[in-house]
Design a protein around this ligand. Structure first.
Ligand code: NAD
Length: 266
């Protein structure tokens, strides 16, 4: 249990499922006042009820900058200053780059990247004015290394790392912290809800030698890193191994990654 979260006000996007819901549970267990937000309003409400904070939920589509601003404003007015914003909502479109459409790219960019910019836009000036706060952006291990079969998704996650790295350095003098969470494969709804282009998602999952992490362990490890104010928090042993392999033996990493995609081709 970390004292970092006790009595803090935290807002989580994409809180209706998976890692977002697990973050809410772990934050609440550590004594935070947690606002669960999601595109799926009922799922956000279910999370709020699960964590025993049934009034603290909002419908929020992160692609809508005006709505993000309104939600942040209403929580700030009702609850007081927001200490932590977790820009966690995300989607996946998985497959060969050449089989993906412009609509696929735009949807990924809208949710995974613009959604994070919208969150920062809504909260950062308020945190700056107050001289404190922590923005936590969910990227992915694929935001740190190449990910064939996930190239477009990975591009949005690299951008989230880029945003987080730069803003972290800029924000420091204003008393605002910025971290990026970079999980490996986690057992959530993301893969089931993903759209696939030329890749059989089920086959990919079955063929993968990687043991998926649980959302609960992911949230716990991520929150430990956030409390220590780490810039990039790589979660799961396999994600750490991938980052190290890419750094030290990039050719072997590339061969293994290509073989992984080949196994899941339709
Ligand atoms: P999930 O599908 O279980 O949960 C995602 C949540 O985001 C859902 O509740 C969904 O309703 C919500 N959402 C989708 N579009 C939204 C929008 N426009 N506005 C607001 N909410 C929206 O997936 P997850 O695995 O928990 O993903 C959470 C984050 O973790 C994502 O950013 C994802 O890219 C990232 N991530 C996941 C994995 C993994 O293996 N599951 C690995 C690395 C990173």
């Amino acid at each position: 249990m970390s004292k970092y979260y006790r009595d803090r006000v935290a807002v989580v996007t994409g809180a209706g499922s998976g890692i977002g819901r697990a973050l809410c549970k772990a934050l609440a267990a550590d004594g935070a006042k947690v606002w669960a937000t999601d595109l799926d309003a009922k799922a956000a409400q279910a999370t709020a009820e699960t964590i025993g904070q049934p009034e603290r939920h909002r419908h929020l589509d992160v692609t809508d900058a005006a709505q993000f601003e309104e939600v942040i404003d209403s929580i700030w007015t009702e609850e007081g200053p927001i200490d932590l914003l977790f820009n966690n909502a995300g989607i996946a479109v998985i497959g060969h780059y050449h089989e993906m459409s412009l609509a696929d790219f735009n949807r990924l960019i809208d949710v995974n990247l613009r959604g994070v910019f919208h969150g920062v836009q809504a909260i950062y000036p308020r945190m700056m004015a107050r001289g404190s706060g922590h923005i936590v952006n969910t990227s992915s291990v694929s935001g740190l290394i190449p990910a064939p079969g996930f190239t477009a998704y990975s591009a949005t996650k690299h951008a989230v790392v880029g945003l987080s790295r730069g803003l972290r350095l800029e924000a420091q003098k204003h008393g605002v912290r910025v971290s990026a969470i970079c999980p490996g494969f986690i057992d959530t709804e993301l893969a089931q809800n993903a759209d696939y282009r030329g890749i059989d998602g089920e086959a990919a999952r079955k063929a993968s030698p990687i043991e998926f992490g649980t959302p609960e362990a992911c949230a716990r490890d991520a929150l430990k890193g956030v409390a220590k104010n780490q810039g990039e928090i790589v979660v799961t042993a396999h994600a750490k191994a991938m980052v190290a392999a890419h750094k030290h033996t990039p050719r072997i990493f590339g061969a293994l990654a290509r073989a992984g995609v080949k196994r899941s081709e339709k």
